[in-house]
Design a protein around this ligand. Structure first.
Ligand SMILES: [Zn+2]
Ligand SMILES: [Zn+2]
Length: 362
């Protein structure tokens, strides 16, 4: 069990020289300015600058991240006074045993639960899952395709291959915690295991940070990801690409990449699962007398559909097996008849219709 004791002690806002209500943009701006100023590359053999650089990075690591910042503010709001506790003899406890015990244990869980869940700065962390939208043509979505997705995201630093150490150097075992990642601290009569101050729980320290990623092992980069889109994907389908998300930290596994398919509409066809729908105009005489009509298909050829005499407007007719094929099943093509009424008539047509009307009325 670990406690983010550092959070009580360090005012990360002061470290970055921003007010507590600073916007995310201002925090990033302040961080960039200080990071440039104290970067080890700009201050060779300057231990004070390096220390300041680490402080600035540690501060930004927390308040530069919306979730962590919220937790940090909460922990700071509760304050270190919560640790006063009963004085006197020193005893150890395990927070795991205290959970659900009420009172003090609950308070500790409130304060540290969030930080522990996120594993802020401690041990290997899985990279986050990423989402990217992919726009696919209606016909491609029906038939499937392999395409390349372009995205800008966190990626393993290309300069140091994600180690965070300047090329030619490597992270070394932390001497403060002897490579354990945690140190024990006595506070208010309690002994806590807390993440090592020097290595932040990583068990190793990077003495010469990589200049590209500032020792994080991660950089924002344009990436190309090959995506195989299976036949029959629909608008909103999510395709999971395992381990293609953001890289993990401290040796943790990468997250996943979720590709969300955005299927563009087709001028003729719409979809309903694996069935295709199409509306076909039919003259009112064909509908009344019956006819063989041509129906377009997604493949581009025409199929013949036989309409019985007395076909009604809006009636639906099924062409078997001409829908979308996916998972070894094939849908149907559903044809909706739209009966059209002529807007102009020849003399003969008009006379024929008048005769029809007279016959109908009698
Ligand atoms: Zn790097
Ligand atoms: Zn350490």
């Amino acid at each position: 069990m670990t406690a983010q004791r550092e959070w009580f002690e360090k005012d990360y806002y002061a470290v970055l020289g921003v007010p507590q209500n600073a916007s995310a943009k201002d925090i990033t701006k302040a961080y960039r300015k200080l990071a440039r100023q104290y970067h080890p590359d700009a201050n060779p053999n300057n231990a004070a600058a390096e220390e300041r650089f680490k402080e600035v990075s540690a501060a930004y690591d927390v308040i530069g991240n919306e979730d962590k910042r919220r937790e940090y503010d909460e922990v700071r709001r509760l304050g270190p006074g919560a640790f006063g506790g009963p004085g006197g003899g020193s005893f150890r406890f395990d927070m795991g045993d205290m959970s659900g015990a009420g009172g003090f244990g609950d308070l500790l869980n409130q304060m540290f639960g969030g930080a522990r869940r996120n594993g802020a700065g401690v041990g290997p962390q899985r990279g986050s899952d990423l989402e990217a939208a992919l726009t696919i043509d209606f016909v491609d979505a029906a038939k499937g395709l392999t395409t390349t997705l372009h995205l800008t995201s966190e990626a393993s630093c290309s300069t140091c291959n994600g180690s965070g150490a300047r090329p030619g150097t490597s992270p070394v075992r932390c001497t403060t915690c002897n490579g354990r990642g945690v140190t024990e601290v006595n506070q208010g009569g309690f002994a806590f295991s807390t993440p090592c101050n020097r290595c932040g729980g990583r068990a190793v320290v990077i003495e010469h940070p990589c200049g590209t990623c500032r020792g994080t092992g991660v950089e924002m980069r344009n990436r190309e990801v090959k995506v195989r889109v299976p036949a029959g994907v629909d608008d909103g389908t999510r395709i999971r690409l395992k381990s293609r998300g953001a890289p993990g930290r401290n040796g943790g596994p990468a997250g996943d990449l979720f590709v969300i398919c955005r299927v563009t509409p087709h001028p003729l066809f719409t979809r309903d699962g694996q069935n295709l729908h199409v509306r076909v105009p039919v003259s009112f005489t064909s509908a009344a007398l019956g006819a063989d009509i041509d129906v377009p298909t997604l493949e581009g050829d025409l199929v013949t559909l036989r309409l019985r005499p007395g076909t009604q407007p809006g009636s639906r007719h099924r062409v078997k097996g001409r829908g979308i094929t996916a998972d070894k099943a094939v849908g149907d093509l559903i044809v909706t008849v739209e009966v059209t009424v002529p807007t102009s008539l020849t003399k003969e047509q008009r006379e024929a219709l008048l005769a029809f009307a007279k016959e109908e009325a009698s």
